[in-house]
Design a protein around this ligand. Structure first.
Ligand SMILES: N[C@@H](CCC(=O)N[C@@H](CS)C(=O)NCC(=O)O)C(=O)O
Length: 330
């Protein structure tokens, strides 16, 4: 059986620890480069459920790149052949009817009308044998995948189109400013290992030991973040919004509705046990539409609970929490 057809737990090694694959496509969009910035040339494939793809959607909106990239959005059910597209975008059933064919805000593959995301990978590389992940930046001109690694995608979206962006605020917004790079890189590194990927390592562990080895650093990581934010600061680093906030946000916003239950990260709820982290989350969500408008709790919940049959074989999607994000009181 090819890697592509295996269950997600096949990412685990012998010890039962989850090992995330290294992304395959690592080019960049940059002026005068192999992939120069051109309006309408590139397409973004995402899942609204996926925290990695969510990073790209936030930066696309913060930088005002909606007209530069159109987006195809996969259906939240990730089934045997991986992510698939909606069969129809009309007469869409409500999210709670669990249709594999349609879902509010899931789209068709707008470029090729393919049924599955894997078809894009095979079009570009017929012998592709790794996982079929989102996000993808696809180049319509050369029919290739520019990049499928979110940490790199958000870096080049931050700068590549600056000469073409007309809104001055969006053009000058720098999410990775030179003077903060060292601090951002340091924070990103442990946040990635212990928190962003930590929730997956906890949830996909197949031994008790592997689970505990993941969930303990995750618990410590959240405590550390809580301490950093305990002075009431609005952003993690430098008193301004940076990619460090974006990278953490997409994990924390999924924490109470999904990771706490589904991935057994249940030593604390963000809303009850991490008041400063909670306030930081609420501010990003309620004060900046780039965060709120790209956060879709229906896709998020439906995807995780419905797609990981080794964790939740009956695909029951819990109804709670009653409130997705509590209102901000300041
Ligand atoms: N390193 C990648 C990870 C992306 C990733 O793992 N995406 C998940 C969704 S959350 C995916 O598409 N998984 C499909 C699969 O494993 O078959 C990134 O940050 O862009």
């Amino acid at each position: 059986m090819s890697q592509a057809q295996k269950d997600i737990t096949s990412w685990s090694d012998k010890s039962g620890s989850f090992k995330r694959q290294v992304s395959s496509f690592r080019d960049v969009i940059e002026p005068n480069g192999k992939f120069p910035p051109e309006k309408g040339r590139y397409h973004l494939y995402v899942s609204l459920a996926c925290p990695w793809a969510h990073r790209a959607l936030i930066v696309r909106k913060l930088k005002g790149l909606e007209d530069f990239f159109d987006v195809s959005t996969v259906h939240p059910h990730m089934l045997e052949k991986g992510w698939h597209f909606a069969k129809s975008e009309e007469n869409v059933k409500p999210a709670n009817e669990h249709s594999d064919d349609t879902f509010p805000e899931a789209t068709k593959d707008k470029l090729f009308g393919y049924s599955h995301l894997r078809d894009i990978y095979f079009k570009v590389q017929p012998d592709y044998s790794a996982r079929f992940t989102v996000p993808i930046i696809y180049d319509k001109k050369t029919n290739s995948i520019v990049n499928n690694e979110s940490s790199e995608i958000i870096r080049f979206l931050n700068t590549a189109f600056n000469d073409e962006i007309s809104d001055e605020n969006k053009k000058s917004l720098d999410l990775y400013p030179k003077e903060l790079r060292k601090e951002i890189d340091e924070l990103n590194e442990w946040v990635y290992n212990d928190v962003n990927n930590g929730v997956y390592k906890s949830g996909f562990a197949t031994t008790q030991q592997a689970y505990e080895e993941a969930v303990k650093p995750l618990s410590k990581g959240l405590q550390k973040l809580e301490e950093i934010l305990s002075d009431g600061r609005e952003f993690l680093i430098g008193g301004r919004l940076t990619e460090a906030d974006i990278r953490l946000y997409t994990t924390i916003v999924r924490y109470d509705p999904v990771y706490y239950v589904h991935f057994k990260c249940n030593f604390g709820l963000i809303r009850h046990d991490f008041p400063h982290l909670h306030k930081w989350l609420q501010r990003l969500y309620w004060k900046n539409p780039a965060f709120k408008d790209t956060t879709n709790f229906e896709h998020i919940k439906e995807h995780y609970y419905y797609s990981h049959k080794h964790i939740n074989p009956f695909k029951i999607v819990p109804l709670g929490p009653n409130v997705d994000i509590e209102p901000l009181k300041e």
